[in-house]
Design a protein. Structure first.
Length: 142
C-alpha cells in the first residue's frame, strides 16, 4: 500500500477527494489530510507519505513553499499539485519545485487514480533501473 496525504484548504474539495475515491479498492491509503501547508508539515514528517497531493495556493504556507521545505529536509514523497489555475506559469513553478504531476480542478476522481498509478509505475521503473529505449532514439530536428 502507498500512503497518500492530502493538503487542500477548500473543505469541499478535500472531502470530495476523500469520499469520491474508493481507496479500499486501490493500492493507496489516505493516511492524512490538512487544510494548509503549515499544519501539514508536522503531520507529513510523522506519517512519511509516499505521495503528497497538495493545492498550489493556500493561505499561510502554500503548496509550493511546503514542497520546497519538504525537499530541503530530504523528504522522498512524490508530489502532485492540484489547482484551480490552468495558467502555464503555475505548472512551470510546480515542476521547478519537484512536482511530478499537475491536475486542474475540478477533475474526475478516476483521473486522479490514473495519475497515481502512472506515478507509481514510473517510480518502480526508476527504482529497478529500467530505461525506455525510445528515449535514446530521439529524432533531432534542425
Amino acid at each position: 500500500m502507498y500512503k497518500v496525504f492530502l493538503v487542500e484548504d477548500e473543505i469541499v474539495v478535500r472531502e470530495g477527494i476523500r469520499n469520491s475515491i474508493p481507496w479500499e479498492d486501490t493500492p493507496y491509503t489516505l493516511t492524512g489530510e490538512a487544510p494548509d501547508g503549515e499544519l501539514a508539515l508536522s503531520m507529513i514528517q510523522d506519517i512519511k507519505p509516499d505521495i503528497l497531493i497538495t493545492d498550489i495556493r493556500m493561505p499561510g504556507l502554500d503548496g509550493l513553499e511546503m514542497i520546497g521545505q519538504l525537499n530541503s529536509e530530504g523528504n522522498s514523497a512524490v508530489f502532485i499539485i492540484i489547482s484551480a489555475y490552468s495558467d502555464f506559469s503555475y505548472a512551470q513553478q510546480a515542476v521547478r519545485y519537484g512536482a511530478a504531476d499537475y491536475l486542474v480542478k475540478p477533475f474526475d476522481p478516476t483521473e486522479l487514480i490514473i495519475r497515481l498509478n502512472s506515478l507509481v509505475q514510473n517510480k518502480r521503473r526508476e527504482n529497478s533501473g529500467y530505461t525506455d529505449s525510445r528515449s535514446n532514439n530521439r529524432r533531432r530536428y534542425s
